[in-house]
Each structure stands twice: as structure tokens, then as C-alpha cells.
Design a protein. Structure first.
Ligand code: T46
Length: 138
């Protein structure tokens, strides 16, 4: 099963530089209504982030600067990818454990989210994640 799925954005750049636009309600590329946008940046050296899953939230992560490693795990399959392109977004479905490692100092990860921030949507224990995944499969 492939957990690493990308959306490729149309590049509108020219000889001055690059530009990518995502227009809500016009572009159909984002598979949900965007309710929240946040970005992760200035991650301290050697620090990893994430280590949780979301019960309901779906997200698109776009590395607009620098690089980091994203690990996705659905409880059965664990896959990783390098985030280093502003021209594509990684689809992160609900009930997928995510970890982010190896941030470059200039890494900026822009995230488009299907829901408002809700702490109760987070599963921050891997054991609980596996238990809830098992319940979904039964
Ligand atoms: C995810 C990965 C890719 C808010 O108050 N509002 C928000 O919209 C977000 C995203 C976070 N927060 C608070 C919650 C924590 O007190 O900001 C603090 C840091 O969040 P967290 O530790 O969850 O950050 P990361 O980098 O581990 O995870 C984040 C997102 O939270 C998460 O949804 O999928 O990025």
C-alpha cells in the first residue's frame, strides 16, 4: 500500500522566479475544503516533530523551503519521503501516524488542513493509535 501520495501544483513562474497559487473554490486540486493553514519553521537542530496521528483531520504538507524527512505509518505500512519541493504537496490522510525528522535550518513546511485546530483529534500515543486502527479494521 502506498502512503506517499503527492499533488503536483501548476507552476506560474517566469524568468523572474517561481509562483504557485491555490485558489479556494476554483482549483479542485485540494481534496477538501481548507479550514486552516499553518506553517512549521525554525525547527531547532536535531529536533524531530509530529509523533501523532489525527482521528479526522486530513492535511496537505508543502515544503516551501529547505528539506525535512516525513515518515507516514498506517499501523501496517511505514514509509518515508524527503520533503524538498515547493511544487508538490504530500497528502496526509486521517489515521496516519506522522513523524518529521532531519529539518534543515531553512525548512518551512506549509500545511493545509481540512479542520480547525482540535486537540481531541490528536492521538499522541503510538499504542493508542494501533488500538484505534485495529478497532477500525474490525
Ligand atoms: C501535524 C504536523 C505535520 C495550535 O494551537 N494550533 C494549530 O493549528 C497547530 C497545528 C498547533 N497548535 C499548537 C499545539 C501545540 O501546543 O501548537 C503547538 C505545537 O503543535 P504540535 O506539537 O502538534 O506540532 P508538530 O509540529 O508536532 O505537529 C504539527 C501539527 O500539530 C500536526 O497537526 O500533522 O505538524
Amino acid at each position: 500500500m502506498e502512503l506517499i501520495r503527492w499533488l503536483d501544483f501548476e507552476r506560474l513562474g517566469d524568468n523572474r522566479g517561481e509562483l504557485i497559487a491555490i485558489e479556494i473554490g476554483v482549483d479542485k486540486i485540494i481534496p477538501f475544503e481548507i479550514k486552516r493553514v499553518y506553517y512549521i519553521y525554525a525547527t531547532a537542530p536535531g529536533i524531530s516533530r509530529g509523533f501523532h496521528a489525527h482521528r479526522n483531520l486530513k492535511q496537505i504538507a508543502i515544503c516551501v523551503s529547505g528539506t525535512c524527512k516525513m515518515v507516514l505509518d498506517n499501523g501496517t505500512v511505514r514509509q518515508e519521503t524527503i520533503m524538498n519541493s515547493a511544487t508538490r504537496g504530500l497528502v496526509i490522510e486521517s489515521m496516519v501516524w506522522r513523524e518529521m525528522h532531519d529539518f534543515s535550518p531553512d525548512c518551512v513546511l506549509l500545511v493545509l488542513a481540512s479542520e480547525h485546530y482540535e486537540e481531541s483529534d490528536y492521538i499522541r500515543s503510538y499504542e493508542t493509535f494501533l488500538e484505534e486502527q485495529a478497532c477500525l479494521k474490525n
